[in-house]
Design a protein around this ligand. Sequence first.
Ligand SMILES: [Zn+2]
Length: 346
Amino acid sequence: MLMRDLKKIIRELEEKILAALNKAQTEKEVEQVRLDYLTRQGPVAQLMNRLKTMEAKDKKVFGPLLNDLRQKTSETFEQRLLQVKETERIALQKKKTLFDVTAYKPKTLYGSLHPYSYVIEKIENVFISMGYAIVDSQEIEDEFTNFEALNIPADHPARDMQDTLWLDLPDRLMRTHTSNAQIRHMQQHKPPLAILSSGRCYRYEATDATHDYTFMQTECLMVAENISMANLIAAIKAFLEALFEKKDIKMRVRPSYFPFVEPGIEADMQCIFCTKGCSVCKGTRWIEIGGAGLVHPNVLKACKIDPEKYNGFAFGFGLTRLTMLKYGINDIRVLNSGNLDFLRQF
Ligand SMILES: [Zn+2]
């Protein structure tokens, strides 16, 4: 090859590379120019290699020319790369600011209320309309509030009935029932008072289809003068009708024993799922609802309320069991599972 031709080749190659870089609009396209021309095996490097075999006088001419070619093309490559990166960054930012959060996307996953949230809202609405206060209480509790104030002393067999989750802290446990809400409210408020409190409780228990270490309860308490069993039964009825969204639910009460009430009762509801007996009521037409009663004088005394002047009623029902009954849920574990197939049904 004539040396005259080589000058032309160098000039043409430079023009070609600069034109390609100028045309490249994305990082990927700029990178493609590098791969095509500027690698160790590319045309620029090949021309550089030819310097080695040239005579001294040709080296003097072509050395600077080839160095210029290499330097100019690699500098232009670096500049162009920065330019397109910046352009791409600005375009992306613009795209982000133009993002329409209200844009409708078909087949979006819709949220729904968890069954607990739904039934609690139903019940609370009714009790708020009857003048009750909705209160929240703590899940980490002390021994006095969870047991002693509720007339359950240390040696009382009722403490064995509730296998407790104790914390690695002195005098701290996971509440075994929502009844701590009664105590905490009575310690801070003077009668007359009426509260409803729903929340999570904990028992040290193995998990299966009907047991879980955590479950929901709803607690109801009213303290005033001259409270009677009739007031209690009316409140239970209102609770059941709100929960099951049915009017005129028939119920009955049976005498029972709980340390925090005197007298204590157990409430049953006439089966709302059948007329002649079914698997839910086990053919008896009655469904057990839970324990209730008139507040034990010792509980009032523990909260510095005079039992000679005031009395009250209380009930604490297992909201988990009642929610399962309402919806025909046969495995308690799905309620806390976060299983979308289950939750989408509500
Ligand atoms: Zn039935």
